[in-house]
Write a protein that binds this ligand. Structure first.
Ligand code: HEC
Length: 150
């Protein structure tokens, strides 16, 4: 024979699921009164003035953890740039009024100051500018600053 709880206790058990409280034997200790809702004092205790706020990320000026891009080289970076943008006029046999060839490492080193002046600063070479991208200007600048390495 199974022991059945009185009807009022079954109701109390159902209510205990919501309110954490029961007046019938066996239910009161299954759901302690403070199990459902934390004490207001405990909740306040969770906020510790000394602990860092969860939103605080790394300092804003922290350097991103990426290695610096490798230094551009004449071959292939600069040579490829000259071939695409300059060789039409500054090829081995300069044409169209271009004063000299810009093909070899030596030629490019010899005229490096003028190249930076016209391509990076004045931006009027090739004539009309335009086609040279910011990335290419930066590449040329870094190559020059890095010693115009082969
Ligand atoms: C469409 C033909 C053409 C192209 C392409 C061209 N140039 Fe020129 N370049 C010229 C002409 C013509 C001159 C001479 C007139 C002048 O200085 O503007 C010249 C002059 C220069 C000078 C100045 C020379 C000096 O010392 O007086 C530099 C430096 C130069 N070019 C670099 C470049 C570079 C670098 C490229 C490629 C990014 C390039 N040019 C592309 C035609 C060209």
């Amino acid at each position: 024979m199974t022991t059945r709880l009185p009807r009022s206790c079954r109701l109390a058990a159902a209510l205990a699921l919501f309110f954490g409280h029961a007046g019938c034997p066996g239910f009161g200790d299954r759901l302690p009164p403070d199990a459902a809702l934390p004490d207001a004092g405990d909740a306040a205790g969770l906020v510790d003035a000394d602990s860092p706020t969860p939103e605080a990320g790394p300092p804003a000026d922290a350097a991103p953890d990426v290695p610096p891009a490798p230094l551009p080289r004449f071959d292939p970076d600069v040579a490829d740039f000259l071939l695409r943008h300059c060789s039409l006029c500054h090829g081995e046999l300069p044409v169209g009024g271009a004063p000299y060839a810009l093909v070899t490492l030596e030629e490019t080193r010899t005229h490096l100051a003028a190249i930076l002046d016209r391509v990076v600063d004045k931006r009027d070479m090739p004539p009309g500018g335009g086609v040279v991208t910011d990335e290419e200007r930066e590449m040329l600048t870094r190559w020059a600053e890095g010693g115009a390495v082969p």
